[in-house]
Design a protein around this ligand. Sequence first.
Ligand SMILES: CC(C)(COP(=O)(O)OP(=O)(O)OC[C@H]1O[C@@H](n2cnc3c(N)ncnc32)[C@H](O)[C@@H]1OP(=O)(O)O)[C@@H](O)C(=O)NCCC(=O)NCCS
Length: 165
Amino acid sequence: MVARAVTLRLAGAHDAPVMALMSRDLIEAGLAWRYSPRRVAALIAEDETAALVACDGAEVLGFAVMQFGDERAHLSLLCVLPAHQRRGIGRRVLEWLFESARVAGIASIHLELRADNEPGRLFYRALGFNETNLVPGYYEGRFAARRMVRTLRPTEPDPQSHRTS
Ligand SMILES: CC(C)(COP(=O)(O)OP(=O)(O)OC[C@H]1O[C@@H](n2cnc3c(N)ncnc32)[C@H](O)[C@@H]1OP(=O)(O)O)[C@@H](O)C(=O)NCCC(=O)NCCS
């Protein structure tokens, strides 16, 4: 089912507390809480960061935070409330970010997720991400991370790599 009543908008500072709580409960479960309301508010205020919320009226159902570099973007946070999962909200949020990344000239989007997060892996695969490497102990030295990447456009070859000495 596609969640047509759900609207997407850029997050504001007032969204930081609920986003931080969702991160604690849905993304950082079992880990120390790093994305506090203060840290999320700081991310929302950054020029190079896109923070997007999916809402039904005043209720935030999901959100994502992505940081933009010159050619690479890093998806730091993404979650949807359990009662609203499998309604296409995560897909809509990511497709919005893909489009803004394309407009910004981004070549690839990178992320890490817990290696045991099989639903998350399947979601990202469905959205065109591919697994790259496993990083043992990435989370607090206790849990492995899986890195994934979504290519948006081919990168220019590095001119240095063609130099012969
Ligand atoms: C991962 C997450 C963001 C997906 O959000 P969502 O709104 O439920 O995803 P969508 O409904 O847009 O799913 C899009 C597609 O992804 C795949 N998918 C999503 N969840 C899946 C699951 N649990 N198992 C298998 N495939 C899944 C399906 O192909 C789905 O399409 P379909 O429903 O037509 O079959 C959500 O499950 C979540 O918040 N999980 C907890 C936090 C988390 O793991 N975040 C990512 C790592 S930081």
